[in-house]
Design a binder for this molecule. Structure first.
Ligand code: GLA
Length: 347
């Protein structure tokens, strides 16, 4: 009997210590270390330059970064004969110093052009040269420093038709394939993505994107992956999020969840991040991360949240109670972060 009691006591002790060790490990580690894929964030260069706390958090928590704005056409090429590299170079240097991958965003956002593009006069050949020279100048500038590019951002309407914009008007629908072709010519090693929002709500849009990608491949034009932005919210049905990940993955291309936010509420309504909402947010994040973990590993390019903390979140500028990210306004990990760490830990 005494032996049995001793044995039981030992077993209980072992159990307690293994729970302790596991919990202890988890406080020592970070989510990025535990995931098989990259964890990314969109970065504000101004904050990177001025806030040591922001830099520290990024260097500790993320192994991929995307410039929120610094690599957009409007930022890099604000006038016909002017390129401004300073902010984007700053971000790239920070990434290199901290061993972080850089995802370039974006070579062409056809509905978001600088004023000089909107006023540009020229025939089809001139527009084609303009597209080629912008894309190739930018890709060559960052050659070897940027791992991948969103070549074209947001070209489709939710009904699957092409969005009307100046590039479509001047160059026809071929502007998409030309963009991929010019980018690949400038750096054959850089990975090329098509990036868009709303594929989770619209099957027509999703199919149009997959068809375009297939078309490029059939024509021998280089494309490596698809970016699913996923600016989503608690109110969105889980199944929609799971379906979009699985459906896009059927293409065989790399999948980047490229701008993830899980907002507490839609634009108009204010909500407070109380315990119950924080739990729901954690569950939604877990659904997304777990579904993503199940697609083939070679297709997992990573999950990037759109900004770092609720303090700098893009959505919070429209409504300060959307609280969509993994870190709170004081840069502390939220319940969503802790849930992911606990559930997806590989150790
Ligand atoms: C799109 C763009 C991003 C960013 C967001 C803001 O998703 O791709 O660069 O501007 O809009 O919502």
């Amino acid at each position: 009997m005494k032996q049995i009691l001793n044995y039981l006591a030992l077993t209980i002790l072992l159990l307690i210590s293994s729970i302790y060790v596991h919990a202890h490990n988890l406080t020592d580690t970070t989510l990025r270390k535990e995931l098989f894929f990259k964890l990314g964030a969109a970065i504000k260069v101004d904050l990177l330059k001025t806030s040591p706390a922001y830099r520290k958090l990024i260097a500790r928590e993320f192994n991929s970064i995307t410039a929120e704005n610094a690599m957009k056409f409007i930022s890099l090429h604000p006038a016909e004969n002017t390129y401004r590299w300073e902010n984007a170079d700053y971000l790239v240097n920070f990434a290199n110093q901290n061993n972080i991958r850089v995802h370039g965003h974006t070579l062409l956002w056809p509905s978001n052009n600088p004023a000089w593009i909107r006023n540009y006069q020229g025939d089809k050949e001139a527009w084609d040269n303009l597209l080629k020279s912008h894309i190739q100048t930018v890709v060559k500038h960052f050659k070897g420093k940027v791992a991948s590019w969103d070549v074209v951002n947001e070209a489709y309407e939710s009904n699957g038709s092409l969005k009307k914009n100046i590039w479509l008007q001047k160059l026809g629908k071929e502007y998409i394939e030309k963009s991929f072709q010019y980018a690949h010519e400038a750096d054959p090693n850089v990975l090329l993505f098509y990036n868009d929002y709303g594929q989770e709500y619209s099957v027509a849009k999703r199919e149009a994107i997959l068809k375009m990608a297939k078309n490029l491949i059939n024509k021998g034009i280089h494309i490596d992956g698809i970016g699913i932005q996923m600016h989503t919210a608690l109110s969105i049905d889980n199944q929609k999020l799971i379906n979009v990940i699985n459906n896009m993955a059927k293409s065989g291309l790399k999948i980047h969840i490229s701008e993830l936010e899980v907002s507490l509420n839609s634009m108009s309504k204010a909500k407070l991040l109380d315990e119950s909402l924080a739990k729901k947010q954690a569950e939604k994040y877990l659904v997304i991360f777990s579904s993503y973990s199940k697609i083939p590993r070679s297709q997992q390019y990573g999950i990037t949240t759109w900004n770092v903390s609720d303090k700098d979140a893009f959505s919070n500028s429209a409504n300060s109670s959307r609280s969509p990210l993994l870190f709170d306004k004081n840069y502390n990990p939220k319940p969503a972060y802790k849930t992911l760490l606990k559930s997806l830990s590989n150790r």
